[in-house]
Design a protein around this ligand. Structure first.
Ligand code: GLU
Length: 338
């Protein structure tokens, strides 16, 4: 049976944008009778809010979501918390190393900045200059016993796939993404790697996540293939923006499900608002989770980010009626990669 998943990071409480993606992931799985799993992505220890690890799951349950496997219910691929799966990442890395597809990288952040040749967005891409500089210093640093980061050596290849929402994609992965880190020099496993290992190990057939992660997909597909698997289907839900046009983010203190629940906002209003931003109803109105599932249709999801304006928040807070008209789709926003 095809399997779907949702993978929250407990670096804070789930906000409306997370809830929107979670609803889509859940509805996709439930509409075609698939099983659905929840995986907590808590590898970034210092950023993990311990209370949010299980707390976020409670908030999702409050919305009406359920899952067949997860940290709180177990399942055949347990554990469902990345910090408890470190040995799996070690085994997968050993597998890639045995194929000769990885290399030790001794460059510091500063050195990487200094040799950066072809910056792509905010983060320079690890390419030929970086490889050459690393080759120049690696022997000496290895003899000194320095601990390197481990990177995947990408080949010149084009990764092509059809995203279930964003459509056809073609990425020259080495040029656009650069050789990704698998394990940082401080021993922390990289997001890209852990996600790929877990999606493969947990037999995930469909990944639904935020549009900000679209650019990561090519690297994850390469990783899954090198690990001997077949990549899942991907659906990237365009992000939700705040009234200022910026992407909702936990660190900005954007409205969280938790805050809304504690303030007495009905779950049906949150669902109704999100259903409206997903094109499932023309006018914003409260909606029960069952109705959401009945009406869900991936074809109706706007192909661009949607901005929530102050009237939407006023409705949530109960100080005004529902926002009028259609949601504000922002066609020219730039979805930055992580
Ligand atoms: N844990 C990531 C997040 O919360 C999502 C990763 C994924 O779905 O692949 O943004």
């Amino acid at each position: 049976m095809p399997r779907g998943r949702y993978a929250p990071s407990p670096s804070g409480w789930q906000h409306l944008g997370n809830a929107r993606t979670a609803l889509v992931a859940w509805a996709r799985a439930r509409q075609d009778g698939s099983s659905f799993l929840l995986r907590v992505e808590d590898l970034d220890g210092p950023r993990t809010v311990e209370e949010a690890v299980l707390g976020n799951l409670e908030e999702l349950r409050w919305l009406g979501l359920d899952w067949d496997e997860g940290p709180d219910v177990g399942g055949r691929f347990a554990p469902y918390r990345q910090s408890l799966r470190l040995d799996r990442y070690g085994e997968a890395l050993a597998n890639l190393e045995a194929q000769g597809g990885t290399f030790a990288c001794y460059l510091s952040r500063k050195e990487l900045r200094d040799v950066a040749s072809a910056p792509h967005g905010a983060t320079p891409v690890y390419g030929p200059n970086e490889r050459a500089e690393n080759a120049r210093v690696a022997g000496q640093r290895e003899r000194e016993g320095r601990v390197p980061a481990v990177r995947l050596a990408l080949r010149d290849e084009v990764v092509a796939w059809r995203d279930g929402i964003a459509g056809e994609q073609r990425v020259e992965v080495a040029r656009v993404m650069g050789d990704p880190v698998l394990r940082r020099a401080d021993g922390v496993w990289a997001y890209q790697f852990a996600v790929s290992v877990d999606d493969l190990a947990m037999e995930v057939a469909e990944v639904v996540r935020g549009g900000d992660l679209l650019a990561s997909t090519a690297v994850q597909m390469v990783l899954i293939e090198r690990l001997g698997g077949t990549p899942p289907r991907y659906l990237h839900v365009p992000v939700l923006l705040g009234p200022d046009g910026e992407r909702l983010a936990k660190r900005r203190g954007d409205e969280t499900l938790r805050a809304m629940r504690l303030a007495g906002v009905p779950a049906e209003r949150v669902i109704g608002l999100l259903a409206w931003t997903l094109g499932l109803q023309a006018e914003a109105a409260e909606m029960a989770i069952g109705a959401f599932l009945d009406r869900f249709d991936v074809q109706r999801i706007p192909r661009h980010p949607v901005r929530l304006d102050v009237d939407a928040y006023a409705w949530l807070q109960g100080t005004a009626g529902p926002p009028e008209g259609a949601p504000h789709v922002v066609v020219d926003s730039v979805e930055r990669a992580r």
